[in-house]
Design a binder for this molecule. Structure first.
Ligand code: NAD
Length: 497
């Protein structure tokens, strides 16, 4: 099946979206895939109205039945996994194996959400007053606005949508303008599922095609109580402030600047592959990509030389089309991303002891050899996230001091230590300031069962597993008096009339 056949097969109503506003190209070879129309302000207005109507119906459907819709959607994704994974690779450039992993994450979160649909538990709280009972209830919230980034074009939506829908909410999705086709494909699969399910209101899930402006209209609308936004820190700062100004809730999943510490006792047979997958996987375009590596001085040369050999080999042999099975490093998303990488390398050059790779590979699209930068110490030059495969490697002597360097960046998403010393591992977990702290595995590749997200400029949001579902519901405390005498007031207050 060629790319056009794949797109038409996955997006049954593609014709309704064609237009001149957005040329969609594939990073694989720069070829145009199609051209779409943006949603107008009027059509966004209609979609928000429809989402409110859908919410009013859906919130009254029993939660386990809502879960049944998501169970069926998970199965629909299983049926179309290979096609959707291929479209993910084609549109965002990640290698097919990682495209499959991303669709698997969607399936996993559907399974998780089905279970959650029978566990939207509140509390029964002991009342200080006789014959009173206190409950904490979790109730559906309303339409949930989802804004997503290009690099996880489908999984992030599914993390949000699967949970929001079992929680009784409707969803409106503004995907990245760089990956609108995968969004339309998901929407199409979801609509097919709703049709087969039979009992879901129209417009339970909708997609808005557009860029920043179209996202802003959604962000500013008070009918959307929660905006879940994934993307750069710059975007999160704008979105967070606007949502706060109207007293809405935001769930922010923003940039990372993740580091790994390689301690003297590290098992290097585990550490080296973890650094490589974390650093160059998805061509360095993951929020959890390993960007900084602190290596104990006693093993620095050994680790650096192994990495150097691997980076040279990766650059020579493993950069290529993400659709070919032998490729490990696909393209950057676009020219701006390539320029961002070159600028970052130019900025760090005066401080670098050595730079390996980083140059462009001669083929259509923006392919680069992953860059390995040896530094003698960390500086503010590398405090900004560059969304490309650049790994900064630095020596350290003392664990408590290196944790300060580790935490010195403004972001706080993912972190890892490679050690076989339990004291070091526990020390690291206690003092890493990130939302994710791993031991003997890399910074990227989280499972859906844990709450995902980070602190500081990463935005503080948590999505996916654990109790993240609570973000998609409103909490209500309710006290009931079932006695027959005059009810007592809290804190023993007397108010006799
Ligand atoms: P981006 O910020 O350029 O765009 C993300 C989304 O926000 C797009 O849909 C875009 O149209 C929209 N947008 C931008 N400005 C907006 C505004 N003012 N109001 C409303 N919407 C707006 O990010 P990107 O280049 O697509 O993705 C890369 C970034 O995303 C990196 O910083 C990466 O670390 C981050 N990211 C974070 C996570 C996470 O879970 N923490 C996951 C994936 C990506």
């Amino acid at each position: 099946m060629n790319s056009q056949e794949l797109i038409v097969r996955l997006i049954s109503n593609l014709g309704d979206h064609l237009g001149d506003d957005l040329v969609v190209t594939s990073p694989v070879d720069g070829a145009q895939l199609t051209s779409l129309a943006f949603d107008s302000p009027a059509s966004i207005e209609v979609k928000i109205h429809q989402s409110v109507q859908a919410f009013r119906v859906w919130r009254d459907v029993p939660a386990p039945k809502r879960g049944e819709l998501i169970r069926q959607f998970g199965n629909k994704l299983r049926e179309h996994k290979e096609e959707l994974s291929t479209l993910v690779s084609l549109e965002c450039g990640k290698i097919l194996e990682e495209g499959r992993g991303e669709v698997q994450e969607m399936i996993d979160i559907c399974d998780f959400a089905v279970g959650i649909s029978r566990q939207l538990y509140g509390l029964t709280i002991a009342s200080e007053r006789k014959n009173h009972v206190m409950h904490e209830n979790w109730l559906p919230l309303g339409p949930v606005g989802i804004i997503s980034a290009f690099n996880f074009p489908v999984a992030v939506w599914a993390w949000n949508a699967a949970l929001a829908i079992v929680c009784g909410d409707s969803v409106i999705w503004k995907p990245s303008e760089k990956t609108p086709l995968t969004a339309l494909a998901c929407q199409s699969l979801f609509e097919q599922t709703c049709k087969e399910f039979g009992d879901a209101p129209a417009h339970l899930s909708q997609v808005i095609i557009g860029a920043r402006e179209q996202g802003e209209q959604m962000v500013e609308d008070p009918r959307i109580p929660l905006i879940s936004a994934t993307g750069s820190t710059r975007m999160g700062q704008a979105v967070g402030q606007k949502v706060a100004a109207r007293f809405g809730k935001s769930l922010l999943e923003l940039g990372g600047n993740n580091a790994m510490i390689i301690a003297p006792s590290a098992d290097l047979a585990i550490a080296i592959p973890s650094i490589l997958f974390g650093s160059v996987g998805t061509a360095g375009q993951r929020c959890t990509t390993t960007r900084r590596v602190f290596v104990h001085a006693s093993i620095f040369d050994q680790v650096y030389n192994s990495l150097k050999t691997a980076y040279i080999s990766l650059g020579e042999n493993k950069v290529g089309s993400p659709l070919e099975a032998s490729t490990l490093v696909g393209p950057l998303i676009d020219e701006a991303s390539f320029s961002g990488m070159q600028n970052a390398l130019a900025r760090v050059k005066p401080e670098a002891v050595e730079i390996i790779g980083g140059d462009r590979v001669d083929r259509p699209g923006y392919y680069v050899k992953p860059a390995l930068v040896r530094l003698s110490k960390q500086s503010e030059t590398i405090f900004t996230e560059t969304f490309a495969p650049i790994t900064y490697v630095m020596p350290y002597d003392d664990l408590s001091k290196v944790i300060e360097d580790h935490n010195a960046v403004p972001q706080g998403l993912s972190s890892a230590i490679m050690t076989t010393d339990v004291r070091e591992a526990e020390f690291f977990k206690r003092y890493s300031d990130c939302g994710i702290a791993n031991v003997n595995i890399g910074t990227s590749g989280a499972e859906i069962g844990g709450a995902f997200g980070g602190e500081k400029e990463t935005g503080g949001g948590r999505e996916s597993g654990s109790d993240s579902w609570k973000a998609y519901m409103r909490r209500q405390t309710s006290t009931t008096y079932f006695g027959t005498e005059k009810p007592a007031l809290a804190q023993g207050i007397k108010f006799d009339i």
